[in-house]
Design a protein around this ligand. Structure first.
Ligand code: FEO
Length: 576
């Protein structure tokens, strides 16, 4: 039986502005992107997002960040409503991703004399973004900019939160700390501030997990640097509500989450050169895949890192990933790259990636050097010459997971052996059905044999599925994602079970040789399944080693009303 569900007709995305005074001489311009449902390729949004920009007016004036280009008309009108743009003295760039710097070229057009302030590497990136000469002021951690009337701005370097060029800005007059992406959340509503902690907690955590957790050590370093400043009264983030009411608690959470991650036994060092493009996308996808296994990834930009930091990280890491730098930067990064290669030793494993193709440092010599030093290669080198697609992302994500699993294999075996014999057998008497979860995102698809599935609600119809954190399908089961649950039939499941239990190579097609047809939500339905359910992920509860994924069921069909569901009988409860 097919249960039809009404669908809402598409409407134009709502883009509105909210301009609010947040302190003396200080205004926030919030660009409210109510309907944005995805951020980057991997990050589904439930509650839209905001891009926050700030205007500080002392004797001189400074604008901190701008907005996304899609807000061009409304943002510039709102800004002009506050100040003559041509009269602004400084434009501070917290970092150069287009959601905050998408209108820098427009501001330069309106005010060619504005002085753009940022970290060295941020201004290098900006050169490529605006393609025109402009006045610039490079700032380092601890340096100050005096706007007059007490508004002395102090800069704090916060590399890798979440890009190498990030700086925080602290206004000594208002004691507001401007942090761009850090402490942000993708949450769009009318409240300027974090009034309801419960309401924002989930989005705050998901955001931390996606953007900050892969650089947990960098979060702790930034917190340490900030701790030498006077206590902040507000944290003015680049996304979502500003933080005032729950400042201590929300900062404490960053510290606790990051400390927890930094204690991880295994770390992977990722050395590459950020290009605000393909290399970053590949690095992010690899990081996401590794993080699924509980291994911490520490990212270092070969161009801007201190040599001593490169050495320390390369030594402490259990795994090393190198993104080969472009030929044009060969001399700049040579010393850092040589340090990594010299320090790398046989107890480590490695992986390589290269974006951009022809121009890059040839990958084979690096591969040979590491192999000759006795390092084991965790995944075949990834070389991408085209734009990054969902399939590329999947390849990197799964390569990262393979590397992480190699590092955690011994611990997983140890854990399996440590359960008490009786408990183990008693738990094994829990039974489940046999199911194949299938999902499709663009040209990327995935599938997994599942058994820990249960109906969880009647209205709306809903189910839970426990998914191990290091499963490839996990990337397809984030909030808002759609998938199909194929229910296998008793007496007709062995070949499907065998097929989907195989270990697939990163990016390998899971459906080769399997008959499928597309569901309404785009995921493959297995033709031989007894029935199928089209589902959408609503929420996820985090366990130690599994996500409990709650999804609503939108549609379904059974091929044989008399067919029985295949049952999974186990003898022990400490593995599948
Ligand atoms: Fe919100 Fe990294 O841009």
């Amino acid at each position: 039986m097919v249960v039809a569900k009404s669908r809402t007709a598409p409407v134009a995305p709502r883009l509105t502005m909210d301009v609010v005074a947040i302190a003396q001489n200080t205004t926030v311009l919030r660009s409210l992107d109510w309907d944005r449902d995805r951020f980057d390729i991997e990050f589904g949004l439930k509650n839209g997002t905001t891009y926050n920009s700030f205007l500080i007016c002392g004797d001189k004036t400074a604008l901190i960040d701008s907005s996304h280009a899609k807000f061009r008309a409304v943002y510039l009108a709102a800004l002009q409503g506050e100040i003559d743009v041509a009269a602004i003295d400084y434009l501070i760039i917290s970092h150069t991703e287009p959601d905050h710097s998408g209108l820098v070229a427009d501001i330069l057009e309106l005010n060619p004399n504005i002085i753009v302030v940022g970290a060295k590497v941020a201004l290098q990136f900006l050169d490529d973004l605006v393609h025109r000469p402009y006045s610039k002021q490079i700032v380092k951690s601890g340096e100050k900019l005096d706007l007059g009337q007490g508004h002395e701005l102090e800069f704090v370097s916060a590399p890798n939160l979440h890009w190498p060029d990030t700086i925080f800005t602290f206004d000594h007059k208002t004691q507001i700390l401007y942090t761009c992406d850090a402490f942000g959340m993708h949450y769009c509503d009318d409240c300027t501030y974090d009034e309801d902690l419960d309401l924002i907690s989930e989005d705050y955590f998901i955001y931390y997990q996606c953007l900050m957790e892969p650089n947990a050590r960098s979060v702790l370093s930034a917190l340490k640097r900030v701790s030498s400043l006077p206590e902040a009264k507000q944290i003015a983030t680049g996304h979502g509500p500003l933080i005032k009411h729950n400042l201590t608690e929300l900062v404490r959470r960053y510290e606790a989450w990051s400390s927890n991650k930094a204690k991880a036994e295994k770390t992977v060092a990722m050395f590459y050169v950020s290009d605000y493009g393909q290399s970053d996308n590949l690095a992010k996808a690899l990081t996401q895949g590794i993080a699924k296994t509980g291994v911490v990834v520490e990212t270092m930009d070969l161009r801007v890192s201190e040599m001593s930091e490169v050495r320390v990280l390369a030594e402490l890491a259990s795994g090393i990933i190198i993104g080969t730098p472009p030929q044009s930067l060969k001399t700049t990064v040579q010393a850092a790259l040589s340090t990594v290669l010299a320090v790398a030793g046989k107890k480590q494993i490695f992986g390589l990636f290269e974006a951009g193709g022809g121009e890059d440092e040839p990958l084979p010599p690096i591969r040979s050097t590491l192999s000759e030093s006795g390092l084991k290669e965790a995944f075949p080198p990834i070389q991408i010459t085209e734009a990054v697609t969902a399939a590329t992302f999947q390849l990197c994500d799964e390569s990262g997971t393979d590397l992480g699993q190699l590092l955690t294999k011994d611990k997983a075996i140890q854990k399996m052996k440590s359960l008490d014999g009786d408990l183990d057998k008693a738990l094994g008497r829990l039974s489940g059905g046999l199911y194949i979860i299938t999902a499709q995102k663009g040209e990327a698809s995935s599938a997994m044999l599942a058994s820990w599935v249960s109906q969880a609600s009647l209205s709306p119809l809903g189910i839970t599925i426990a998914v191990a954190k290091d499963r490839a399908i996990e990337s397809f089961m984030h909030v808002g994602d759609r998938f199909v649950l194929n229910i296998l039939e008793e007496g007709n499941y062995q070949h499907l079970m065998r097929h989907f239990l195989k270990r697939f190579k990163p990016g390998q097609d899971r459906f080769e040789g399997i008959d499928t047809q597309p569901a309404e939500n785009g995921a493959p339905i297995l033709t031989e399944a007894l029935s199928y359910l089209e589902c959408q992920v609503v929420t996820r509860l985090e366990g130690d080693d599994h996500w409990i994924v709650y999804s609503t069921v939108d549609n379904g069909r059974v091929s044989d009303v008399d067919g029985l569901t295949a049952v999974h009988h186990r003898k022990v409860g400490n593995h599948y």
